[in-house]
Design a protein around this ligand. Structure first.
Ligand SMILES: C[S@@+](CC[C@H](N)C(=O)[O-])C[C@H]1O[C@@H](n2cnc3c(N)ncnc32)[C@H](O)[C@@H]1O
Length: 178
């Protein structure tokens, strides 16, 4: 995991910034305005947006450069977000904690059961990342970080699917915990 941290620190030091994903803007309103978790939050763009919209946001990322940038941005914008520098596998998700969980462009399959447990009843998950068609765009991309066709539908079976798409190399899954 130290390699992840160094690799991402380098990217963020070179100026990489997180963007506001169109699917966030489209779907966040499906969740109750409560507590949100932003998994692998990068420089905090999603978290800061949600905090402005009235969510209480917890966010984490392995990169200390990203978290430093996120904290600076939040402070400058007068927004409160609990940013933590921690590896995903060490983060304590808790049980029935969140009204909204975001997972944008990060894939750690070991988190799937933790995400399910951490959602409150009626809580919403917005999960978007690359699928295996991404190899056609970037053949160097590690296959283990790519979703297979229908994978999230199978893994999160039992949740009420509110939206699902596999458009080209991107999979978007939005679902509610019953
Ligand atoms: C493609 S970026 C996505 C960032 C943000 N979610 C977004 O959509 O803009 C992937 C993020 O995962 C973080 N990351 C990589 N490995 C991680 C790990 N083991 N634990 C937590 N975060 C990790 C990186 O630091 C990076 O910020």
């Amino acid at each position: 995991m130290i390699e992840d941290r160094l690799r991402w620190n380098r990217k963020y030091s070179e100026g990489r910034e997180s963007i506001l994903h169109p699917s966030l803007l489209r779907f966040y309103k499906l969740a109750r305005r409560g507590k949100a978790l932003d998994i692998a939050c990068g420089t905090g763009t999603t978290s800061i947006f949600l905090s402005r919209k009235g969510f209480e946001v917890v966010a984490f990322d392995v990169s200390d450069v990203a978290i430093r940038k996120a904290r600076t941005k939040a402070k400058k914008e007068g927004v409160k977000v609990k940013f933590k520098r921690i590896e995903a596998e060490k983060f304590s998700f808790g049980v029935c904690e969140y009204d909204l969980i975001l997972n944008f462009y990060f894939l750690d399959r070991g988190l799937f059961p933790k995400i399910k447990r951490a959602l409150k009843k009626g809580g919403v998950l917005i999960f978007e990342t690359y699928n295996e068609d991404h190899l056609g765009v970037n053949p160097e991309f590690k296959r283990e970080y790519l979703l297979s066709r229908g994978e999230l539908l199978r893994e999160f079976i039992g949740m009420e699917v509110l939206y699902y798409s596999e458009v080209s190399n991107i999979t978007t899954f939005v679902a509610k915990k019953p």
